[in-house]
Design a protein around this ligand. Structure first.
Ligand SMILES: [Zn+2]
Length: 167
């Protein structure tokens, strides 16, 4: 079996698994969503107009930026990381840590600010998370993070904007 054939086979298995698992999946806007947040719904054309092509590819198409490509990797100031699609605050600077992955990483998200769903893009299931207001894709959350949560929110820097705290 060549690598390519193996990959096709894995992809087919992944798709079959996805089809089978679909009914149990939590809807994107699941109960974790904060009721106080008014959803922002725009048309595809409006999103294309509002976002840069790089932001659009990640936020609206669940793309992944190249590791190490975001200036936010080295952002160490106090402040908030807000959704690049709608400005909803998603993370506080004190919850950011250096994961060594090349993507901005956080162990805690602001309560109610992100929703999750399972994705099978790489065959093995991963937990995708997105902005609770505009449903813009941010990254994936893993369970190998530091205390106190043990979580690692692995975020695309291009999907965030940093807002420094005013001293
Ligand atoms: Zn958003």
């Amino acid at each position: 079996m060549t690598r390519r054939n193996l990959f096709s086979w894995l992809a087919a298995v992944g798709l079959a698994h996805k089809a089978q698992a679909a009914p149990q999946q939590t809807p994107a806007a699941a109960p974790a969503t904060n009721a106080a947040i008014t959803p922002l719904r725009l048309t595809d054309a409006q999103w294309r107009e509002r976002l840069t092509p790089q932001q659009y590819a990640v936020l609206r198409q669940e793309g992944t930026e190249r590791p190490g490509s975001s200036a936010l990797n080295g952002e160490k100031r106090k402040g908030q990381f807000v959704c690049a699609g709608c400005d909803l605050p998603l993370f506080h600077s004190q919850h950011k840590y250096e994961s060594g992955t090349g993507w901005p990483s956080f162990h805690t998200a602001i309560a109610g600010a992100v929703g999750t769903k399972t994705d099978f893009k790489l065959v093995l299931p991963r937990t995708e998370y997105h902005c609770a207001r505009c449903e813009g894709h941010q990254g994936h959350v893993f369970t190998d993070g530091p205390q106190p949560t043990g979580k690692r929110y692995c975020n695309n820097g291009v999907a965030l904007k940093f807002v420094p705290e005013v001293a």
